[in-house]
Design a protein around this ligand. Structure first.
Ligand code: NAP
Length: 385
């Protein structure tokens, strides 16, 4: 029985993780949950899964949860300190990091220092601080199992392979909801159009990232740190059918591809059960229905965010943290209705141009870069409003 703590249990990945746990009561138990704002969903989850520890976003929310649950209320913690305590608590064997955004960095590091097996969904943390996080894993005997579907697929293709035999890897992406839209239409897009993803139901921030192709850019940096691969060996490919999630080309030219239905419960289940593989009641691909596979290069002229991400990755140091923070600010402003979809890359590019890179950064350098990028991005946003 693996005891699991879920950071971000009320989100899209969190809810899917609880589905997996509920489907395997003999294999997993949810011992810790966390939410930032969604008290109603959290209360339902606590009633159903009875965790010992719960983290919430504010003292008011803690009061609301306590009032609703009375004597059945679990031990309640608040804010980032609460998330950090939950990530490192001795009551769990495994931790799922499924909050969105860069606040996941410190809880992730705490979980690593506590030697947990970590199912990592949050990509902003590893993009920002991959250079600091990677050496900590070996030092503390912790393990990151990717939840992101492409990285989970790559993880499965690469398992047990000799690193010197890996030629290149491909991260595929459906191309998002705007793949076929004319470039002239992009300035007038509504938030609803951008959130209408053709293949995946996800949280709002990652859905906007999928539409700008920044998601593929963040994934490129994520793959660099998860698999210790040089950037020139990580390729991105648009594959509208989203049947193949990743491919590895070995040095002899042979390729291995990982296919599966678009259901996040598959990669989540493998990340929880690893190194075991459990049976799953999730979807299956149906080959009787003439499946088609198309591959296209990403259009970085129409979607500049992927180019910006590769440039930031190549620069290294604090530039990925700058990219990530500027993107978070720009996406938040777009979702608040205060800038247009096409302004997102403008804000990121202006922020990157204003930044001074610091190579071989410490965690403090990374947080300072994050603060600088948010201030600079807010100034750029102010000039666009
Ligand atoms: N969704 C997917 O299919 C998918 C696939 C691959 C990777 N990911 C990555 O997984 C992460 C989560 O994505 P998601 O789609 O599940 O997001 P989501 O639906 O927006 O859920 C985010 C969760 O984190 C909580 N949260 C948000 N900001 C927080 C903060 N600053 N501190 C503490 N908790 C916070 C939310 O709480 P409340 O809702 O209670 O406010 C919610 O439980 C992201 O990094 C995303 O890139 C997601």
């Amino acid at each position: 029985m693996k005891r699991i703590a879920i950071l971000g249990s009320t989100g899209s990945i969190g809810v899917n993780t609880l589905d997996v746990i509920a489907a395997h009561p003999d294999a997993f138990r949810a011992v810790g949950l966390s939410a930032r704002t969604n008290a109603e969903r959290l209360i339902e989850q606590v009633r159903r899964f009875r965790p010992a520890m719960v983290t919430v976003g504010s003292a008011e929310m803690a009061q609301r949860v306590r009032a609703a649950l009375g004597a059945d209320a679990p031990h309640l913690l608040v804010g980032v300190d609460g998330l950090r305590a939950l990530a490192a608590d001795a009551s769990s064997d495994g931790v799922v990091i499924a909050t969105s955004g860069s606040d996941a960095v410190l809880p992730l590091i705490d979980a690593i220092r506590a030697g947990k097996q970590i199912a990592l969904a949050n990509k902003e943390s590893i993009v920002m601080a991959g250079e600091v996080i990677r050496p900590l894993l070996a030092e503390h005997g912790s393990r990151l199992i990717p939840v992101d579907s492409e990285h989970n697929a790559l993880f499965q293709c690469l398992e047990g392979r000799e690193p010197s035999t890996i030629g290149r890897v491909y991260l595929t992406g459906s191309g998002g909801p705007l793949r076929e839209m004319a470039v002239e239409e992009l300035p007038g897009l509504t938030i609803e159009q951008v959130l209408n993803h053709p293949k995946w139901k996800m949280g709002r921030k990652i859905t906007v990232d999928s539409a700008t192709l920044m998601n593929k850019g963040l994934e490129l940096i994520e793959a660099r740190w998860l698999f210790n691969l040089p950037l020139d060996r990580i390729h991105t490919l648009i594959h509208p059918e989203a049947l193949i999630h990743a491919m590895v080309e070995f040095t002899d030219g042979m390729l291995l591809a990982a296919l599966g239905p678009c259901d996040m419960r598959l990669p989540i289940q493998y990340a929880l059960s690893y190194p075991r593989r459990l049976a799953g009641a999730w979807g299956r691909l149906d080959f009787s229905a003439a499946l088609r596979y198309h591959f296209l290069p990403p259009d970085t002229g129409k979607f500049p965010c992927l180019r910006l991400a590769r440039e930031a990755a190549q620069a290294g140091g604090t530039m990925p943290a700058i990219l990530n923070a500027a993107n978070e600010e720009a996406v938040q402003a777009f979702l608040a209705g205060s800038i247009r979809f096409v302004d997102i890359p403008t804000v990121i590019e202006r922020t990157l141009s204003a930044a001074t890179n610091r190579v071989s950064p410490t965690l403090d350098d990374i947080f300072a870069a994050d603060r600088f990028a948010r201030e600079t991005a807010r100034e750029a946003l102010g000039s666009l409003r």
